[in-house]
Every structure is written in C-alpha cells, then in structure tokens.
Design a protein around this ligand. Structure first.
Ligand code: GRF
Length: 187
C-alpha cells in the first residue's frame, strides 16, 4: 500500500507508522508538511523518506493551498493519504476528490469530543473512558466512518496532560493496526 503522509508537527504518529511500515505492508512515498519547523520532517529524512514543505501562508486561499497539495500528492499516485497531526481543515473539493482514501487519527472516542481540547473536555464531562479513533475523512469535521478505536479508563488523578500522554501511547499502537487492516483489504 502506497501512502503520502501529511503532518504539521512532532510526527510521533508518523514515527510509529514508519517503525511498523514493513509489518503493515506500507511504502511511504512522501511526507508533506505545511510547517517548516515540523519535527516530523526530520523523522522522515532520517528514515530516507522524501519530504516536501508546502507552507499554507504562501497561498492566497485555502483552495489554492489544497490544489497545490493535490498536485503534489497526485504525482505519487498513493492508495492512501494519512493525516498524522495535520492541523489544516481540508476543503470540500479536496476531500471529495480523495473520498475513501484519506484517514485521520483523533484523540477521543468519536463521536464524542470532535474538534480540539478533547482531553480537558473528557475530564469536564466526567466520562469514565477515553481513547483514540482512526477514521475516514469526509467533509464534516471528525465525522467519517470509524476504522478502529482503542480506549483507556480515566482515573481520579488524571489531568489533561496525563491523558494526552496516555492517549498518544495508544495512538502509536492503534494507527499501525488500523493501517494494517486497510492494507489487508487492499491486497
Ligand atoms: C495526535 O495526538 C493526533 O491525535 C492529533 O494530532 C496529534 C499529532 O501528534 N490528530 P504527532 O504529531 O503525531 O506527535
């Protein structure tokens, strides 16, 4: 399965995917970032994966940025587009062009807590379990079909920070597993 990975930051999920790519049956053709200082770019370079920087502030509109992104992605002809901490909302045109091919990981048990600050919102809501979800991307925020979820229990001493650390750990297990599931289906 051939992939392009989109990132904006640290890239710890990208690292987990790189580390498990042989087991998944995944070839990462390119890692694209919209941020020059994204540490994930260094992770990709260390793994000898081609990288590309497309800075969104250099474009006059969201669509112009997405069009450039699509042009670069199409050059690689990927089976899948993996969002791994990519902090840009993608346009309807982009999402519909790649319908069923874009996946994302979100730090909550969707459909609970779509959007940002999921850990604090889970604490405020008093829920007993929390987790992460890998899902398809559609033109509605964090709402596409769920591919796989993994949950943890929230304890009395948990804070937003402790939850963030716990959830990131399970994301690093969940994302490769979900990709393996997709890769098996494609083969
Ligand atoms: C992850 O926690 C993921 O749930 C969210 O963005 C974060 C990215 O972290 N979509 P990293 O860049 O993979 O370390």
């Amino acid at each position: 399965m051939k992939a392009v990975v989109l990132i904006s930051g640290n890239g710890s999920n990208l690292q987990a995917i790189i580390d498990n790519s042989a087991d998944i049956g995944l070839l990462i053709s390119c890692v694209i970032s919209n941020k020059a200082d994204a540490f994930g770019l260094k992770r990709a370079q260390t793994a000898n994966i081609p990288t590309l920087l497309i800075e969104h502030q250099n474009f006059t509109s969201r669509q112009a940025f997405d069009d450039k992104l699509a042009e670069k992605i199409d050059w690689h002809q990927p089976d899948i587009i993996i969002l791994a901490g990519f902090m840009r909302i993608l346009s309807k045109i982009f999402v519909e062009k790649y319908a069923g091919k874009i996946i994302n990981i979100h730090p909550s048990l969707l459909p609970q807590f779509k959007g940002l600050n999921t850990h604090q919102r889970a604490l405020d809501a008093g829920v007993e379990t929390h987790g992460a979800t890998v899902h398809f991307v559609i033109n509605k925020l964090d709402s596409g079909a769920i591919i796989m979820q993994k949950s943890i229990a929230i304890t009395a001493t948990d804070t937003a920070k402790s939850l963030q650390e716990k959830i990131q750990k399970i994301e690093h297990i969940l994302y490769p597993l979900a990709l393996k599931k997709i890769s098996k289906k494609l083969s």
